[in-house]
Design a protein around this ligand. Structure first.
Ligand SMILES: Cc1cc2nc3c(=O)[nH]c(=O)nc-3n(C[C@H](O)[C@H](O)[C@H](O)COP(=O)(O)O)c2cc1C
Length: 173
């Protein structure tokens, strides 16, 4: 699939078929993530792949009851290593670059999944402390997104996208 096609076709998927997602498929998604750009090529990302029902249930609970997190066959939790980024870039690395780097990796996962016929949703509304405890994430590593992955059981209609002429400024803002 052409990159523009994937960018435009991708939608958040919150309902999944029961079909399993193979470890090879998941590896391809994480492989796509690690090719994202990162400040100073620090690559501050870490990934936790979750298949156990009980763990997914707890993550759904930590996400304020977003039950599709539990229903997805597999969930990838994308984390940012704040220490790696701050070693390179101090406060800006910790507060900004590690989140930007990780966000780029997250979107690579979303686009790679779409190109393979898989659905994902970027879940950012969750209790970080709870997620850290559930997944035994060490200090200095911040969970940034929970990404449920599975074969789509819904096809959302096209969404409203702000038109170019409202968002592009020529020369000055
Ligand atoms: C940082 C971020 C956090 C998000 N958190 C959630 C979330 O907690 N739950 C959810 O259902 N969708 C979440 N979304 C998905 C957005 O709702 C979705 O991307 C937006 O409505 C546009 O729809 P689309 O992804 O289908 O294009 C999040 C997206 C981003 C980028």
């Amino acid at each position: 699939m052409d990159v523009f096609e994937a960018i435009k076709k991708r939608r958040s998927i919150r309902a999944f078929e029961k079909d399993a997602v193979s470890p090879e498929c998941v590896n391809r998604l994480v492989d796509a993530a690690r090719w994202a750009p990162s400040a100073g090529n620090i690559q501050p990302w870490e990934f936790v792949v979750v298949r156990r029902r009980e763990t997914k249930r707890k993550l759904a609970e930590a996400s304020g009851g977003q039950s599709f997190v539990e229903e997805a066959p597999v969930v990838i939790v994308v984390c940012a290593d704040e220490n790696r980024s701050s070693q390179g870039y101090g406060v800006r690395g910790r507060a900004l670059y590690c989140i930007q780097d990780t966000a780029a990796a997250i979107q690579n996962i979303n686009l790679a999944a779409c190109s393979q016929g898989l659905g994902t949703c970027w879940v950012g509304a969750f209790d970080e402390g709870d997620a850290k405890e559930i997944l035994k994430i060490p200090e200095g590593i911040r969970p940034v997104a929970i990404i449920p992955v599975g074969y789509p059981a819904e096809s959302p209609s096209p969404r409203r996208t702000r038109p170019l002429n409202q968002i592009v400024h020529s020369e000055i803002f």
